[in-house]
Design a protein around this ligand. Structure first.
Ligand code: GLA
Length: 693
């Protein structure tokens, strides 16, 4: 016991002194330029009005079998009656291959599994774009990678137009009029208000993609003026920024006529958990506004979706979209998605796990390759997120609480960051010009990134050990692992759990790398590897010390997901949420980040925004808010038979490629169509369809 005390005081004190002698700037270095790697194709930049408009057309068309089997049989109204007064019309000139033809299937493969269909109630459908194909949102951002930078504004979608009041506090939106859910029920402001009042404002509900009241600004209100007009009132003046939050995934209303009767506010028998789980994966034909409706589900096998007969978008010839009749989601693994897309037994993949790059590139380069593979910019990146809540989020035990205190200590975070050899971490995934050192914060190469504002703490194990000694973490029992100071967590070993997602090889490979690289620092990191849904639930609930994660679109586009750049609300941030008393225990630099992000949201002056993001980047990286690991490009793999795939479509920017490529406009030329439809000539819910009504 005596030895213990002396060792702790002595070593801590001694090294603490020597540490003070290391000037801060010596820990930093010039960030090496990322290896040259150019995107393989560039988008054609256009105006939003070049892409689409809303108008009535003289005539409408649908697949012949829909007319003959359903309309003529009297089980479905004629297409003109199913469409809104003024449908959304995609302009031919903006379609890479022009007006399409009906038929065929896009065969997706995913690693996720569906929890159920209550998307706004917080259930995942298994990712990979199922929810993107089923949900439609007030605005749309995926395709913005092709919109001219100086005209950047979300595309209209369920909100067909909007107008700002003169004082800039009120935004009045016109909803598409006469559009219907896939079961024929009218879509209107009731759906929007149910989403807002009972899913966003009701904090017992956590919508899947994290929409919270603060996502739309503190004090913002929303009301319906009539069935097709909604009115937003903001505290800020003309916060155009929120138009991005009205896109996927934070403002995509669900079918209120189906969901409302299950919500505890309207159903005294139901708990919030029962509401969330009221539509299990076996439940078919959940009404959607998207182009495809689930009609078949086989656990660990497949989800099949069929065309929505009420879809409200058309081409300029009046053909009701989508062109593709069916969507498959094979329930496999994410790595299998790459393999199958390259081999041609699947149709689509976001090649995002760097370990597969070389194989996929080799095969795709062959003339006989069934799929095109195109690399984009470096928009995939990973960090270690440390849990910053010291006031109870996730209910930490004594050890975990001690880790939270460390996480909040800048010297500790600096030690961890300089203890990591990022070059080696990147190379361990794939060799070549792909990966780049990622210090954290905004991604290099994106619009708001500024290298001069990026503080890079370079790899230096000795200095890392010095910093850890300096904060009193000493290996008092000689087992190679530093101990907490006596009196903290019983003076036990510094053990930190690292949450990672086993659905992705990259996540666990990087996590393994981190675990190894922490050893020479005397920090024992213990893998807490969980399957996707369980991982997401633990992360949401704050049950983690550290987590290795792929980053969201906020660090790519900045304008999408902006409120998640800092803890702007009690539940907006991935690694710092309110504790048991409902408050956020923000550190001073976090408050600065929050203020900077709020100022960014409140201004649309671009010069000011650029400066604010420089400040954000500096504060973030100087304080090592999260520990950046590696950053690399992704590639879109898509079977060569598909037409209307826009040039330069990134796998991830404002949204994932499943949104970016505008799947409802994608088609397969007649002579290239495959025989993949599992439920040909059926409609969801109609007699003769695969699913129950
Ligand atoms: C998962 C996949 C991504 C993308 C998204 C779409 O996260 O890893 O590539 O398909 O789903 O939501």
């Amino acid at each position: 016991m005596k030895r213990h005390t002396i060792a702790l005081g002595g070593a801590g004190l001694m090294l603490g002194v020597s540490l003070l002698a290391i000037p801060a700037q010596e820990l930093t270095a010039e960030l090496p330029e990322p290896p040259e790697f150019s995107a393989q194709s560039e988008p054609i930049f256009v105006s939003v009005s070049d892409i689409l408009e809303y108008k009535a057309l003289p005539e409408y068309h649908e697949p012949d079998w829909v007319t003959s089997k359903y309309v003529e049989a009297g089980t479905l109204p004629p297409v003109a009656e199913r469409l809104p007064k003024e449908p959304m019309v995609y302009k031919t000139a903006n379609m890479p291959d022009g007006i399409g033809v009906y038929g065929d299937t896009m065969r997706h493969v995913i690693g996720g599994r569906p929890e159920g269909w209550n998307y706004i109630g917080g259930q995942s459908q298994g990712w990979g774009g199922i929810d993107i194909g089923m949900s439609e949102c007030l605005t749309r951002t995926g395709p913005l990678f092709t919109v001219k930078a100086d005209e950047l504004e979300p595309l209209p979608n369920l909100a067909k137009s909007w107008e700002w009041s003169e004082d800039g506090h009120v935004l009045t939106m016109k909803l598409i009029e006469g559009a219907k859910w896939s079961d024929g029920d009218p879509f209107d402001a009731d759906d929007v208000m149910f989403y807002w009042n009972d899913n966003i404002m009701d904090t017992n509900v956590s919508p899947l993609n994290g929409g919270t009241p603060e996502t739309f600004g503190v004090g913002t209100t929303l009301e319906a003026l009539d069935p097709y007009t909604i009115k937003w009132t903001f505290k800020e003046v003309r916060p155009t920024q929120y138009l991005y939050a009205m896109a996927y995934g934070t403002f995509c209303p669900g079918p209120s006529h189906i969901l409302k009767p299950q919500h505890p506010k309207y159903n005294a028998d139901n708990t919030y958990e029962e509401y969330k789980n009221a539509f299990p994966p076996e439940y078919m034909n959940i009404p959607v506004m998207g182009a495809w409706v689930p009609v078949e589900y086989r656990p660990d096998d497949i989800i099949v979706l069929r065309r929505n007969a009420y879809y409200w978008k058309v081409d300029e010839a009046g053909n009701q979209l989508p062109y593709l009749n069916e969507m498959h989601y094979r329930l496999s693994t994410w790595a299998d998605r790459d393999v199958q897309a390259v081999a041609g037994s699947g149709d689509f993949s976001n090649l995002e796990q760097a370990e597969s790059f070389i194989e996929a590139l080799k095969r795709s380069a062959e003339e006989s390759a069934p799929a095109r593979l195109q690399f984009g910019a470096r928009t995939i990146g990973y960090t270690i997120r440390m849990n910053f809540s010291a006031n109870g989020w996730g209910e930490p035990d004594e050890r975990a609480q001690a880790v939270r205190e460390l996480n909040r200590n800048l010297d500790f975070r600096k030690a961890i960051t300089i203890g990591l050899d990022r070059q080696r971490l990147g190379d361990s995934l794939v060799r070549g010009p792909f990966t780049a050192i990622y210090p954290g914060g905004l991604y290099a190469g994106t619009t708001y990134y500024d290298k001069a504002s990026t503080v890079y703490y370079q790899y230096n194990v000795d200095a890392a050990n010095g910093l850890l000694d300096g904060i009193g973490l000493v290996d008092t029992d000689g087992n190679g692992v530093r101990n907490f100071p006596a009196g903290t967590a019983g003076g036990g070993d510094v053990e930190i759990t690292l949450l990672a997602n086993t659905d992705y090889g990259t996540d666990t490979n990087l996590a393994e790398g981190v675990i190894q690289q922490m050893e020479p620092l005397g920090i024992r990191v213990i893998a807490n590897f969980q399957q996707g849904t369980a991982r997401d639930d633990m992360a949401q609930a704050g049950q983690f010390d550290w987590s290795v994660e792929r980053q969201g679109s906020e660090v790519v586009s900045v304008v999408q997901g902006t409120s998640a750049l800092a803890p702007t609300g009690p539940r907006t941030h991935p690694f710092h949420r309110a504790g048991t008393d409902g408050t956020l225990d923000l550190l001073p630099f976090e408050q600065e980040l929050v203020d900077t992000v709020n100022a960014f949201i409140a201004t649309s002056d671009n010069a000011e925004r650029v400066e604010l993001m420089k400040k954000y980047q500096r504060t973030f990286t100087e304080n090592v808010y999260s520990v950046g690991l590696t950053q690399y490009p992704g590639a879109l793999i898509i079977n060569k038979r598909f037409a209307n795939i826009p040039a330069g479509a990134p796998i991830f920017m404002f949204n994932w490629a499943e949104d970016n490529i505008i799947r409802e406009r994608v088609f397969v030329p007649a002579d290239a169509q495959g025989d993949f439809e599992l439920h040909p000539e059926t409609l969801p819910g109609a007699p003769g369809s695969a699913g129950p009504m």
